[in-house]
Write a protein of this length. Structure first.
Length: 897
């Protein structure tokens, strides 16, 4: 029976049950007809003749009808409107009526503004309407529910209730006043005027609600819209300022609330909106002087907000309105920020103060010394030169604290610091490279011991647990316990399957959450679809779907004792001796393992030279045993070297809009990876992971849509070059952080690290998002610790990517500075030494000066020597540009004996 037929039967049953009762079956039946016809006026007219008890008795019927509306969402909107009216009439408890009217499906403005709804509401006493108003005002309505606000405003004006000041009411009031739409004649309220300013000037709600705008989340960006381009009178910052001038709003309160909102922080777009309000209010020096603490707090805010606060405080200082000690406090907050312009401005403020008031030189110098700990050596140098200019005015009292602060200075400034502060020469120390320990995979706990454990872990996986090992243990546990105790497993799974939802997986790639499919088969229930009926987005998704579908087939016979591919290590690897034992268990059971399971196990098995394990594998009698023995003897698939190639989005722009918009005007460097030779035949889905990889933006789009997940790395735990080759076009989209968390895992995997791995790291080092760059730095350091980093290859790759505009040099500079700060100065220097020739010739790349600073710092700390011809050539140019100056500094440093 369809959902519609079921609700018709239920409705008829309820109506029949009311026959001869309070309303009579005919009257109730007539109401149902009116509701289904969407006759709101007829509904309110019919219910006007019912008593409160009669209306209450119809409430259960209303809920059934609303369920019908949910199931048949395509019904006419008039049905929805009529249900709103009926609920407002029949639900005599204010809480129930407010809950009914506040439902999402009743959010449309036309439903709220229908005259029948107001008639239904006004059929109740004032106390009831006030209670409903209060409850609805407490709800946070969606931004498009302006129709609801107009009804609430009508109730405020007709009940005598004070204006609600809840977040939901304030939010909707702001939206309503910003829209010059005419409201229906039957609803009281609104404010006349052709502009926002005119409406606010004549609005009795404005003095109460306008100041509360600053308490709303996510509202700042909506205050600063494009309306001011047409007329300032439609721009909220201007309107608030005018209302303050006209004494409609309290100016001091607006300033306090605006500053408090900025101090609270939030999304950059919101902060910029509230900053526009503050700037438009244009507080005087006296007003700002009374709010110094707020401005000091804003020095830790968003860059644009901090810049404004810095300017205000500097003006107060120059006007003599900044209390003693606050200049130092402000400097402490600014000088450790990463934004160089902000820091330079702070140092310039300190310099002006010392020039203007030499008596404050001591205060200025101690404040400037805070920049000695800045990560940028150029900033440190500026601070040191500032101190040198004013040290005589400050006197000897500041020398001791300056000596202490100078301990963290970059070695490039050691000589000047010794000269200024009388520091002893630092003893020569032998350089030691600091690299992280090589990550070691951890053992995976044994198989899940009970059906209850399988059910518990299954619940976590289908809820989205990203741990690939958890998924693998669940998949293996389903097979094991179906073989051992199918009834017990079915009983344990029942609560999880009752609450679990089938993932809508056709949009994207097959994910571990689809293990629910296998669990349904284990519990002998129907499954929504065949996991392997069509191709997924990636080879990884195809293999995962194939393995789960194969496990489901095995569960239907419950003959398979276990899964071969269940990892024994956290990387996804399978111990060779354990795999021999598992195949022996299959032989003892007289069962052949599934080809997808066997193929995944072979791709995961740890290489071994143990003659004992090799001999045990050769004693196996099954076809699977013979394949394992051959795999172990030959060492697995033989990789073929990849070749770096250039790809242009223009080649596929016509057929791939995503690629065109993402990479327009960019040349990408990817790899052409030949097919690997496998010593034994693999299942088709597994063989796909070793197939040739040719760069293709069409393929990149599929991988992008699939959102790379950690499980992919466990499919090939010993083949990182192949992993990187298949993900390279994902990493090349440096504006996205998708998949970059896999970079350290790829670096930790086994196998050769060739062009694909190094290109993946190079793209990550130039990624837009800080977390993506951090992951790439981790991968770089892991490769260096393993001894697998080809510094020449990475350096040349970085130079090419910068030249091709695939990577921005400022992001690369940040990443390499971060890597060096961990103590890996020699590693970073060797990478930059290989990159600089390509970055400086034939014409220096944009941002090369910053990279030269990092290179010089790393060379100085690691004791690097020896000239680089391209650096020497730039250093020999005339002029005093930053590029030339930094090239000279590096040239001279490398020439020191």
């Amino acid at each position: 029976m369809s959902g519609h037929g079921m609700t018709d039967g239920m409705t008829d049953g309820m109506t029949d049950g009311m026959a001869g009762g309070i309303t009579g079956g005919q009257s109730a039946g007539r109401l149902v007809e009116l509701l289904r016809a969407g006759d709101s006026a007829g509904v309110v007219e019919l219910l006007a003749g019912w008593s409160a008890e009669q209306r209450r008795s119809f409430a259960p019927e209303l809920k059934i009808l609303r369920r019908e509306l949910r199931e048949d969402w395509w019904r006419k909107r008039e049905f929805t409107h009529a249900l709103m009216v009926a609920g407002a009439s029949c639900l005599t408890a204010p809480s129930a009526a407010a809950s009914w009217l506040g439902a999402t499906q009743f959010g449309g403005a036309d439903g709220w503004e229908q005259p029948a709804l107001l008639r239904a509401l006004e059929s109740h006493p004032v106390e009831w309407r006030t209670a409903v108003l209060d409850r609805l005002a407490e709800r946070r309505a969606a931004n498009w529910w302006v129709g609801q606000f107009r009804v609430l405003e009508h109730l405020v004006r007709t009940t005598g209730r004070a204006v609600p000041t809840t977040e939901g009411f304030v939010r909707l009031w702001r939206l309503d006043r910003g829209r010059p739409y005419q409201r229906p004649a039957h609803l009281l309220g609104g404010a006349p005027g052709g502009t926002l300013l005119a409406r606010l000037q004549g609005d009795p709600f404005a003095p109460v609600l306008a100041p509360l705008i600053f308490d709303l989340d996510g509202i700042g960006s909506e205050l600063d819209g494009p309306w001011h381009q047409q007329a300032p009178a439609n721009w909220w910052p201007y309107c608030l300022t005018r209302l303050a001038e006209e004494k409609v709003l309290d100016r001091g309160e607006l300033l306090d609330r605006c500053l408090a909102r900025l101090v609270r922080g939030g999304r950059p777009s919101d902060q910029r909106g509230f900053l526009k309000v503050l700037v438009t209010l244009a507080p005087t020096a006296e007003e700002n002087a009374g709010r110094v603490r707020s401005y000091l707090a804003l020095l830790d805010a968003l860059n644009t907000v901090a810049t404004h606060a810095q300017q205000v405080l500097a003006e107060l200082d120059e006007a003599g309105l900044l209390a003693p000690g606050l200049l130092g406090e402000a400097s402490t907050m600014v000088l450790f920020r990463t934004e160089k312009k902000l820091v330079r401005t702070q140092l310039a403020w300190l310099d002006r103060t010392a020039r203007r008031e030499p008596a404050r030189a001591g205060e200025v110098l101690l404040a400037a010394a805070g920049a000695f700990g800045h990560p940028d050596a150029e900033i440190q140098g500026r601070a040191l030169k500032l101190i040198a200019r004013h040290l005589r005015s400050a006197g000897s009292a500041v020398l001791e604290p300056l000596r202490a602060a100078a301990e963290v200075l970059d070695p490039a400034h050691a000589a000047l610091a010794r000269e200024l502060f009388g520091l002893p020469a630092a003893p020569e120390q032998e350089y030691r490279e600091l690299l992280p320990p090589v990550p070691r995979p951890t053992p995976v706990p044994g198989p899940l011991a009970t059906a209850a454990e399988v059910a518990e872990e299954l619940g976590a996986v289908i809820a989205g647990d990203p741990d690939p090992i958890a998924f693998e243990r669940v998949l293996d546990g389903l097979v094991r316990h179906a073989h051992l105790d199918r009834p017990g497993l079915t009983a344990a799974l029942e609560p999880v399957l009752r609450t679990g939802s089938w993932p809508s997986s056709r949009w994207g790639d097959c994910s571990p959450r689809a293990v629910l499919h296998v669990a349904l088969v284990a519990a002998r229930q129907d499954t929504p679809e065949d996991l392997h009926s069509t191709d997924w987005y990636t080879e990884f998704g195809n293999l995962l779907a194939g393995r789960m579908e194969e496990a489901a087939r095995q569960l239907r016979t419950a003959q398979a004792p276990l899964l071969l591919a269940a990892p024994t290590l956290s990387t996804g690897a399978v111990d060779a001796a354990t795999l021999v034992e598992r195949i022996a268990a299959y032989e003892a059971a007289g069962v052949e393992p599934g080809p997808a399971d066997l193929s995944q196990a072979l791709l995961r098995v740890l290489p071994t030279r143990s003659e004992e394990i090799l001999a045990a594998a050769e004693r196996l009698t099954s076809a699977a045993g013979a394949q394992l023995a051959r795999w172990l003897r030959t060492g697995g698939p033989v990789p073929r070297p990849a070749t770096a190639v250039k790809v242009s989005p223009a080649d596929e722009a016509a057929s791939n809009h995503w690629a065109w918009y993402t990479f327009h005007g960019t040349v990408l460097t990817c790899v052409d990876q030949p097919e690997w030779d496998s010593p034994v035949p693999l299942a088709p889905d597994a063989a796909g992971l070793l197939a040739a990889v040719a760069p293709s933006l069409q393929r990149a789009a599929r991988y992008w849509s699939a959102a790379p997940v950690r499980h992919w790395t466990t499919a090939l735990p010993h083949h990182r070059e192949e992993l990187a080759a298949r993900l390279l076009e994902v990493f090349s989209n440096t504006d996205s952080a998708s998949g970059t968390d896999l970079l350290p895992l790829i670096a930790e995997a086994g196998g050769p690290a060739g062009p694909a791995v190094h290109l993946a790291v190079a793209y990550g080092l130039g990624a837009r998002h800080p977390e993506a760059r951090a992951a790439a730095v981790d991968a770089l350091l892991v490769l260096a610790a393993q001894g697998a980093l080809d510094r020449e290859l990475l350096g040349r790759s970085l130079a090419e990517l910068v030249r091709d505009r695939a990577v921005k040099s400022n992001r690369l500079t940040d990443s390499l500075r971060t890597a060096a700060a961990t103590g890996a100065h020699a590693t970073v220097w060797s990478v930059l030494a290989a990159a600089l020739p390509g970055l400086l010739t034939p014409d220096p790349a944009h941002g090369a000066g910053d990279l030269l600073v990092v290179a010089a710092d790393c060379a100085r700390r690691s004791g690097a020597r020896g000239s680089i011809a391209e650096v020497t050539a730039v250093a020999g140019r005339t002029g005093s540009s930053r590029l030339v100056k930094e090239s000279r500094a590096l040239r001279d440093l490398l020439a020191v004996a």
